[in-house]
Design a protein around this ligand. Structure first.
Ligand SMILES: NC(=O)c1ccc[n+]([C@@H]2O[C@H](COP(=O)([O-])OP(=O)(O)OC[C@H]3O[C@@H](n4cnc5c(N)ncnc54)[C@H](O)[C@@H]3O)[C@@H](O)[C@H]2O)c1
Length: 391
């Protein structure tokens, strides 16, 4: 078994996603496990360098995660161009989880340096820019990818298995309910748990651009291609307090209500909101109703009800509900181990870079998510159904 180092530049990694999902739970987790096995005779050991603008923030996470992972600080630099040029060592992969509006510039720099490129979604806030950066990396002949983590969520992988086993029969409808209460921070004792740029359109914020990228690959991979949509968005909360405790006006949509109709006629209705309180199984639930059975997926668990187990309710508000509806559902159990979704996708990307294994989550695929968000906003603005044409 050969063991080989793979150098990875992690840019924008002091942010929420960069630190938690990509550095800690993916790259550091892989190093702690002794690397990632990408073929019968090859294991890759990730060797990251952290890049960003703020030296003290970089130093703090390089110390914290380095000590816990390799017993010494990780490498870091504010000299991103230098890292791409090879001035700080040899790195073949560039990853970006900086703000969405910064993505294009960093990807251009990494493409010019000939790196394999992987990045967070959305790849841009409009489809022209998303296609422009896909064109750039392709014209340089570079391997590239975009995060589509939800595909590896345990619950969604279970839904796939149920589909393969024909548990649902014909799928009639899918109802996605996403959201939770994001604190406004107006009460200084209860600061927001998401970055403030999410609520400012001019900084790349908005729930459609954030979440429709996910809905595009979730729906098309699990249920089939999208034909058309109708969407309505809103800014429910007009004022929030930012990281510096300053009040600001919210200019982006923080709730969105959408019907996606698939090419085969299946209706997928998704509510997305940062202004709802949760009384459901999880922060995202997908209810799939089919002729032979239904399932409700959270992030990890799936509950199922077959046609045979379906109760027969009768509408009568004059008596207490005699049916305990939750008792008619069984937890779907399987014996698989489910690793962190981001880490699994990292594994697949690194494998693709080094062994040329199949990979379909490219920047061009990511552009389809940006397209869906753009069409959602168009539908909202023009108050009409919009066709989703192939890119
Ligand atoms: N896959 C997912 O589920 C998921 C979830 C949330 C966010 N995201 C995406 O991940 C990206 C980051 O989101 P976040 O929530 O971590 O935001 P964040 O604000 O916490 O982090 C952004 C990071 O980018 C850095 N940055 C900003 N401008 C920069 C510049 N000019 N140069 C270098 N670094 C710069 C910031 O300092 C920060 O470290 C966004 O594109 C967001 O849409 C993906």
């Amino acid at each position: 078994m050969e063991t080989k180092r793979i150098g990875i530049i992690l840019n924008g990694v002091t942010g929420r996603m960069g630190t938690n999902q990509h550095l800690d739970r993916s790259i550091c987790a892989m190093i702690k496990e002794g690397g990632v096995k990408v073929s019968d005779d090859l294991t890759l050991i990730p060797d990251p360098i952290l890049t960003g603008r703020n030296e003290s923030k970089l130093a703090a996470i390089a110390n914290k995660y380095g000590e816990a992972t390799i017993g010494k600080p990780l490498k870091y630099t504010t000299d991103i161009q230098g890292a791409l040029n090879g001035d700080h060592g040899d790195y073949e992969v560039f990853f970006d989880s900086s703000g969405t509006l910064q993505r294009g510039k960093f990807i251009e720099m990494a493409a010019a340096a000939g790196k394999a490129i992987y990045c967070e979604k959305p790849t841009a806030t409009n489809v022209d820019e998303a296609l422009r950066i896909a064109d750039i990396v392709e014209s340089h002949g570079l391997k590239n990818g975009v995060v589509q983590d939800k595909l590896w969520l345990p619950a969604f992988r279970k839904i796939n298995k149920l589909k393969e086993d024909n548990f649902f029969g014909k799928i009639l409808s899918v109802r996605g309910e996403f959201g939770y209460w994001v604190f406004t921070g107006v009460d200084e004792e209860r600061p927001a748990q998401r970055p403030s740029w999410n609520y400012r359109k001019e900084d790349g914020g908005g729930i459609m651009i954030d979440m429709f990228c996910h809905w595009q690959y979730v729906i098309s991979n699990l249920f089939g291609p999208i034909d058309r949509l109708v969407a309505h968005g809103n800014t429910d909360i007009g004022e929030r307090r930012d990281e510096n405790k300053t009040l600001y006006s919210c200019s982006a949509d923080d709730s969105a209500y959408t019907i996606f109709v698939l090419k085969d006629g299946t209706v997928c209705q998704f509510n997305s909101s940062w202004c709802v309180r949760v009384r459901r199984d999880d922060l995202l639930t997908l209810e799939i109703n089919g002729t032979k059975g239904s399932a409700v997926a959270g992030l990890r668990e799936v509950y199922i009800q077959s046609d045979g187990d379906t109760p027969k309710p009768v509408w009568n508000p004059d008596v207490e509900q005699p049916i305990k509806f939750y008792e008619g559902w069984k937890k779907y159990e399987d014996n698989d181990d489910y690793d962190n979704a981001f880490k699994i996708q990292w594994h697949e990307f690194l494998s693709h870079v080094v062994t040329d294994s199949p990979w379909k989550y490219t920047l061009r695929e990511g552009a389809k998510g940006v397209q869906l968000a753009e069409l959602g906003m168009k539908s909202w603005e023009e108050q009409k159904w919009i066709n989703v044409n192939p890119l």
